[in-house]
Design a protein around this ligand. Structure first.
Ligand code: ACO
Length: 332
């Protein structure tokens, strides 16, 4: 018998303040029509000054624990994906662990920009499969509104704030292969191509040459067209390679949850893998791009809408700065 990890429940939290495209167009040379046509985004949630990335994460994680009907004391691993941590150190996961009253195990952050949740899921899944943890919280939490330059219309309109979390539980099974697995994370794959580092990055960190200058102190820098192409093709490639490896057909996938960056990226990727629109979870219209929080927010939304149910074959896929990307095949 070997341990495997399965998603027991999810939770999410969005800061209550909603900023729609009409509000943005009052302070920026943009329009609701342009943003919807080029991105599919209608509105986004924006954190208040008193909000923290750990605070959003703690609320989402507590909701996931409540939905899983387990106590924080049963959690022995917290993995948190974020590009907007509370501090340079310690890990934001440590703060969330303390806030939740978790008194055992370990906690750490993962940074892979918009693909962060899949990297975090991979780490937690591997630790559970190695017997190093038994119950994990995997969280994506971001306050991207503090990273973007609100004068830069080509990037600031794309992002929003929020947090999502899943509780990973474990069980022992004879056969860990798909489709024998009744439920669980079948496989998580991640990739990085660091030669794409400057295609998408946020302001300088303390270790950069520009740390003490005014250059790169604000904003997100993005080669939009190049990221668009990479996201559409590499997320599609990730889905196809999981399907091929596990010898299933795209028709066997009940639900696809892609990173929510841009509706045009989602539809282009979906049409190249041949999955019908009704099988794709879309939240980008309501949440915009919440980076590492986008997939767990979409998972929780889909569970709440009953689009995602127990016993389904699900693929999640994401791409972000790095360039980092990853996909996972999950039986819910
Ligand atoms: N409102 C109005 N006009 C705008 C805006 C805006 N908010 N932003 C740019 N424009 C203008 C540009 O100035 C340009 O004007 P010009 O033709 O007079 O020079 C025109 O619109 C077209 O600009 P493009 O950058 O070519 O617009 P494009 O159609 O490529 O859309 C976008 C830009 C939406 C950013 C697109 O490139 C994209 O979605 N890229 C993917 C990037 C992404 O989603 N990044 C998120 C992080 S990475 C990730 O999560 C995968």
């Amino acid at each position: 018998m070997k341990p495997i990890a399965f998603i027991r429940a999810s939770g999410s939290h969005l800061p209550p303040r909603v900023v729609d495209n009409h509000e943005l167009s009052q302070s920026l040379d943009t329009s609701h029509e342009w943003i919807v046509r080029r991105t599919g985004i209608v509105k986004r949630h924006i954190a208040e000054n008193h909000d923290t990335t750990s605070g959003l994460a703690t609320i989402a994680a507590q909701k996931a624990l409540d939905n899983a009907k387990i106590s924080a004391h049963d959690i022995d691993l917290v993995v948190l994906a974020t590009s907007s941590p509370d501090h340079g150190f310690p890990a934001t996961a440590a703060r969330v662990q303390a806030e939740l009253g978790i008194s055992k195990g370990t906690a750490f952050d993962v940074q892979a920009a918009c693909a962060g949740f899949i990297f975090a899921l991979q780490a937690a899944n591997n630790m559970i499969r190695l017997g190093q943890a038994s119950r994990a919280l995997v969280i994506g939490s971001e306050i991207f509104s503090r990273l973007v330059d609100w004068q830069d219309r080509s990037t600031c309109i794309l992002f929003g704030d929020g947090a999502g979390a899943v509780v990973l539980d474990s069980e022992y099974v004879e056969d860990t292969s798909f489709p024998s697995l009744k439920r669980g994370i079948v496989e998580c794959t991640t990739r990085v191509d660091g030669t794409g580092y400057h295609k998408l990055f946020a302001r300088s960190g303390l270790g950069d040459l520009h740390a003490n200058s005014d250059i790169h102190k604000h904003g997100v820098f993005m080669n939009g067209a190049s990221i668009f192409k990479a996201a559409s093709s590499l997320m599609a490639e990730g889905v196809s390679s999981l399907i091929n490896k596990h010898q299933i057909h795209i028709q066997d996938i009940d639900i696809l949850i892609p990173h929510q960056a841009n509706l045009r990226i989602i539809t282009s990727m979906a049409s190249s893998v041949g999955i019908p629109e009704k099988n794709i979870v879309v939240t980008v219209d309501k949440h915009a791009n919440t980076s590492a929080a986008s997939i767990p927010l979409a998972i929780d939304h889909a569970f709440n809408q009953k689009q995602l149910k127990k016993g389904q074959n699900v693929i999640i896929t994401a791409l972000g700065g790095g360039i980092a990307w990853g996909s996972a095949l999950i039986k819910t």
